[in-house]
Design a protein around this ligand. Structure first.
Ligand code: CO
Length: 459
């Protein structure tokens, strides 16, 4: 049996511990070594990297991708894509989704992991289709959660649909780190029985289950595990690469990762981690084990949001009530997986219900849009009485929300004439308009400065 490793230090490890603040120049020196480590793939793009590059690092995310591609010619580069939402939380029209996938592949991505917060296959379809069309590897992801309606049969059904759409592998994406070793073993076994595709398991170490979860997943036949090199592992990041390789090696699993090279990579990242802890970019608390999410069955990040929200409103004494209300709101809304943005929506609504002393008296716009069907089909029907309470007689969208959106790529491109240098810029703008605009202005200023410097010596 062979086990493959997807290294997450450049994306999820970086995002979960360091708020994605690693600039390209910081990790550039180790890329050549990482290229020789024997990873199945390196996750390096998508998720928050795109936003943070433009917003905080003054980096063109596309340029970052091209540089990584050049420095790592032998390794598959992987990205995370939120289906019809691309990198954000709103739906984009199909022409934008297709263009984004096309240019991601053109700029160097080999594997695109595609997920939807509600596991609605209609939100995955266009991105998967286009990935396959561009000749890349589409990995269809299940947003893992547990609820009375999230049965193995449901997950198997979703995998079969994704297989029909043309995915080359399946990922069980446990974004909250709450999948136990037993649940992983049972679910991987069920999927292995049902679909003939490689299975990748993705978890986080928040409550400390990760290593055990991966071991049991591999025993059940998982083909790929997502790990982070040790200095950027643990806590809200992934389990450590070297530790998993050590254990699986003892059990006789075949692996391509080279322990000696992994040590070099860890030695490189250790001082960076220490520097980031010293500067406050990495909060040591995020590296610790926190089992609250097991007690309350809600993701760690959501719990800390609830606490800070109640503190801000001087109502921390209502925490217990809010924690009892949260699963009720989730059930009312048809058991959405608790992942951004639904985790925030459910959490905020639970707090509102408790503080108002009356359920659904105050309802945010996101929840209203969710109830209208703008996020997709909910795992179970929304409680009809609650929906009526929230929406009144406002009609509900029955079809696919993206079908109601007008194409916008060519139109935006025309509007950006003279500002956008290429189609990649147009997509940066569509994804994050204000931030991209500011970045383009900054970039122009830099370029003009360079021109000035090169001209001056001749005067
Ligand atoms: Co993750």
């Amino acid at each position: 049996m062979k086990v493959n490793f997807t290294e997450t230090v450049l994306r999820d490890g970086n995002q979960s511990l360091a708020a994605t603040r690693l600039p390209y120049d910081k990790f550039e020196p180790i890329l050549k070594t990482m290229d020789k480590a024997g990873y199945y793939s390196v996750e390096c793009w998508g998720g928050a990297t795109f936003d943070v590059c433009l917003r905080y690092l003054n980096e063109d995310p596309w340029e970052r991708l091209r540089k990584i591609r050049k420095a790592m010619p032998n390794t598959k580069l992987q990205m995370l894509l939120r289906g019809q939402n691309l990198l954000g939380y709103k739906h984009y029209p199909d022409d934008v989704v297709r263009k984004f996938v096309e240019l991601s592949v053109k700029n160097g991505i080999d594997i695109i992991r595609i997920f939807d917060a509600l596991n609605d296959p209609r939100n995955l379809q266009v991105a998967i289709e286009e990935t396959v069309k561009q000749g890349a590897h589409a990995q269809g992801a299940i947003s893992y959660t547990s609820s009375p309606v999230h049965t193995h049969e449901k997950f198997v059904e979703l995998c079969r649909e994704m297989q029909k759409m043309g995915v080359s592998s399946i990922c069980i994406k446990d974004m909250a780190g709450i999948m136990s070793p037993k649940e992983a073993y049972d679910l991987v076994s069920a999927l292995k029985d049902a679909v003939d595709l490689p299975i990748d398991v993705h978890t986080h170490s928040t409550p400390g289950l990760g290593f055990m979860t991966y071991l049991k997943a591999v025993e059940a036949g998982a083909d790929i595990i997502d790990t982070a090199i040790s200095p950027f592992s643990g806590g809200s990041s992934q389990p450590a690469t070297e530790t998993m390789a050590y254990v699986l090696g003892q059990y006789g699993y075949e692996m391509n990762v080279d322990q000696r090279t992994l040590k070099d990579i860890a030695d490189f990242f250790k001082p960076i981690r220490d520097e980031y802890i010293a500067s406050g970019t990495i909060d040591p608390v995020s590296m610790a084990t926190d089992t609250n999410c097991l007690v309350y069955q809600i993701p760690g990040g959501m719990l800390s949001n609830l606490i800070s929200q109640l503190k801000m409103m001087n109502a921390i004494d209502k925490l217990d009530e809010a924690l009892i209300e949260t699963p009720k709101v989730r059930a009312d809304l048809g058991y959405p997986p608790l992942v951004t943005p639904t985790s925030q929506m459910v959490g905020v609504q639970a707090v509102q219900n408790v503080l108002a002393g009356q359920r659904y008296k105050n309802v945010g716009n996101e929840i209203k849009a969710y109830c209208r069907g703008e996020y997709g089909q909910t795992p179970a029907p929304i409680d009809p009485e609650i929906r009526k309470l929230i929406l009144g007689d406002t009609p509900v969208i029955e079809g696919r929300f993206a079908d109601t959106l007008e194409p916008m790529f060519e139109k935006t491109k025309a509007e950006l004439a003279g500002i956008a240098k290429n189609d990649e810029d147009v997509l940066s703008y569509i994804a994050f308009p204000q931030i991209a605009e500011r970045f383009f202005a900054w970039r122009k200023e830099q370029e003009e400065r360079v021109v000035k410097y090169t001209i001056e010596p001749m005067e």
